[in-house]
Design a protein around this ligand. Structure first.
Ligand code: ADP
Ligand code: MG
Length: 684
């Protein structure tokens, strides 16, 4: 860090104790903080022609003084100064309130620039700021004036002046931070110039360039942190180099009842390469609902067992555990691999057996819920851990799981399609594999949008499916205390449907039911003992009921696009055409747009990208737990291309040896040290 820029703001003229405190509340303590306190917007001082000036708006005009000014006083301190001006050959009245001193500047014939509120009908401008046209100030003046967030005793005028002073005194100490090759390649303004132009752009274009430079820098530094962190943890966590028996794996793949998609093959290669390498794998596997992640997991587990290790598959619920158990058994047991369930529903004796089997190495693969990470579970030689629906597991749980083996390879699977932008931001410290292709021959779920007053028509549509022996989901939004009472809840809808369909069996599931009951209702639906399941969103992610072909989502506008898509993935899992009806009366255009997007596309990644654009990154994961960094200037919804570029550049940079030693990267290494990623001496 540049020592000069680390000086406290009190070294500037006009900053005493009170102001220093108020600046601190704004996050400004040093000169550097001040220089990096960027405006939220600009006031426009570009000179307009009269025809462009809109009634009632603030505008800047170039005028010639035409008459002698007329000054009137009201009471003690109030005055009104009026003068006839000529602007674009039109006679206009210029008015100054309570600025009697302006009078002596207004001599007829003088050229001035005035800023103020324009009254089109009176042909009058109430002037708030003015300057003489050929004054040095006017020649220097910027077309755009910065507007900053303020607080306490800090006024806009004061802050502008203070930043101006800081730029003048310290501007030359602002050094370049980005590698020169990047500045050149992307034609970025030098850092010092960009900072100056952020606060006082000469024109719109310069302001744009300044923003582009600062935005790129932010994203690049963020990515540099992530990439450096990744590299260092890799070097430091000695993992297991699993000797993958590639021929056996190929044989196993050939034995599958279907051919893998290209995307599946690609991610399998990425995963197995990672497992074979001597560092510990830390990889996210994302793929749309139905893209075939489970079989990828099975192949990785197969490889690990054949390489001489044990595997664990961790899922969020018992019912998912049972489903995965069946799938894995049918795929792996013919190859002599022992798969066992470790869940809360085991009797103590069964549990003891499984625990012993794991410890002795008699069981190759354990499938389970959180029970898998309890204290008394020991593996003989755990090599691979896979968690499904990763977002439901906390960081702490992942850590415990990791600690069960020496440093097992870990694969996180998620069906929540995360736009790449967010994936590389929120999970920037992980490697990401993406299945971006569905198996051939899938019929997209036919999605439509209905209004609430069409509910009974929708039920008739549903009746046709039920009459053919198919099953249906009706999803209602969760009821929270803050919700208005007019929101129809699952209980009401259940009563309504029970009355409407006396011939069908209607089940109810919501979050207030005890876990056991939830599981039981779900099991009954899965076994076909219920025709319709009315449920809040507790419908398990990943649950597989191929006979369900119809879904109604009640009050669909209350869900995010990603969530709607996730829900929709519960149907269309069999060979038959499936349907999804969204019931919604959205009040906003964004709401209507979201319904249209849902009806138009079945591609989870396209949807989530749209969702990101419509809602912004903060809302995407829901509130605070997103783990997304806050950027001062960059906006993930619009700057995602730059984020991608920044990631590539940062990755390339840290991969090279020069970055860690060459003097020209000292500023960046220093940045990493300050961020706590690099220890003072380790890699120098
Ligand atoms: P996900 O977990 O990604 O939502 P699954 O792994 O449950 O998806 O796969 C959905 C269905 O598709 C399963 O029945 C699975 O057997 C099948 N499947 C997986 N890969 C393929 C493939 N390449 N071709 C055909 N069917 C596949
Ligand atoms: Mg799955």
């Amino acid at each position: 860090m540049n020592d000069v820029l680390a000086s406290p703001v009190t070294s500037l003229y006009g900053v005493g104790e009170e102001r220093a405190n108020d600046l601190k509340a704004l996050g400004i303590e040093t000169i550097q903080d001040l220089l990096e306190y960027f405006p939220v917007r600009y006031e426009d001082y570009r000179i307009r022609s009269l025809s462009e000036a809109k009634d009632g708006e603030r505008v800047t005009l170039a005028a010639t003084v035409y008459s002698e000014p007329l000054l009137r006083y009201y009471g003690k301190k109030k005055s009104r100064l009026a003068v006839r001006l000529v602007i674009d050959r039109v006679a206009v009245t210029g008015v100054w309130f309570n600025q009697p001193f302006v009078k002596k500047q207004l001599t007829p014939g003088k050229q001035i620039v005035v800023t103020g509120k324009w009254d089109k009908h009176k042909l009058q401008i109430v002037v708030s700021e003015m300057m003489e046209a050929d004054s040095p100030r006017a020649r220097r003046r910027s077309e755009l004036a910065a507007v900053y967030p303020l607080g306490g005793s800090i006024s806009l005028a004061f802050l502008r002046k203070l930043i101006g002073q800081a730029l003048e005194q310290y501007g030359r100490h602002v050094g370049e931070l980005l590698p020169p090759e990047l500045v050149q390649r992307y034609r970025l303004l030098p850092r010092a110039e960009a900072i100056r132009a952020m606060h006082a752009p000469r024109d719109l274009e310069e302001g744009r360039q300044a923003r582009r430079r600062i935005m790129f820098e932010e994203l690049f530094l963020f990515q540099l942190k992530m990439q450096a962190y990744r590299r260092i943890t890799r070097q430091q966590t000695q993992g297991i180099a699993q000797p993958i028996p590639w021929e056996d794996v190929r044989g196993f793949i050939r034995s599958l009842p279907f051919r893998l998609t290209t995307a599946q093959k690609r991610v399998i290669k990425e995963i197995l390469d990672d497992m074979q390498a001597e560092y510990a794998m830390n990889r996210l596997l994302q793929g749309d609902v139905g893209s075939g992640k489970t079989v990828v997991a099975a192949i990785a587990l197969f490889a690990s067992v054949k390489a001489g290790f044990q595997g664990a598959l961790m899922v969020p619920t018992e019912i998912l555990a049972e489903q995965h158990l069946q799938t894995l058994r049918s795929l792996l047991e013919p190859h002599g691999i022992q798969v066992a369930l470790l869940s809360g529903s085991l009797t103590p004796k069964q549990r003891r057996e499984v625990l012993d089997g794991l410890q002795l190495g008699l069981i190759d693969i354990a499938v389970g819920t959180h029970a898998l990470i309890q204290e008394d579970v020991y593996f003989r030689r755990l090599g691979l851990v896979i968690t499904d629906e990763q977002h439901r597991f906390g960081v702490e749980q992942r850590r415990i799981l990791r600690s069960k083996g020496a440093a097992p390879d870990v694969l996180f699977m998620t069906a929540t399609p995360i736009p790449r932008t967010l994936a590389i931001t929120a999970f920037g410290d992980m490697d990401v594999s993406t299945i971006d292709e569905l198996p051939a021959g899938r019929k997209p779920v036919e999605t439509s949008w209905a209004r609430h007053d069409q509910f009974y028509q929708v039920l008739e549509q549903m009746r046709r499916q039920l009459a053919r022996g198919r099953q249906a989901y009706v999803i209602c939004p969760l009821i929270e205390e803050s919700d208005k009472l007019d929101v129809q809840n699952a209980i009401d809808v259940h009563a309504q449907l029970t009355a409407y369909f006396p011939e069908f069996r209607i089940g109810l599931m919501h979050g207030r039911l005890p876990a056991r009951e939830k599981d039981e209702v779900m099991q009954r639906f899965a076994r076909g003992e219920l025709d319709v399941l009315v449920s809040t969103t507790v419908v398990e992610v990943g649950v597989n009921v191929p006979n369900a072909t119809f879904m109604v989502v009640y009050d669909a506008e209350r869900f995010g696009l990603a969530q709607l898509h996730q829900l929709r993935g519960r149907v269309g899992r069999g060979a038959d055409q499936a349907y999804c009806v969204l019931i919604a009366d959205p009040k906003t255009e964004v709401g209507r747009e979201r319904m249209r997007v849902m009806c138009e596309t079945n591609d989870g990644f396209a949807l989530s990208q749209r969702d990101l654009e419509l809602r912004g990154p903060g809302d995407f994961f829901g509130t605070k737990q997103s783990g997304l960094p806050e950027f001062k200037v960059a906006d993930l919804a619009t700057d995602y291309k730059a984020l991608e570029v920044a990631r590539q550049e940062a990755a390339a940079l840290v991969a090279g040896e020069r970055f860690w030693t060459a003097p020209e990267y000292e500023a960046l290494r220093d940045f990493l040290r300050r961020e706590g990623i690099l220890e003072g001496t380790v890699l120098d």
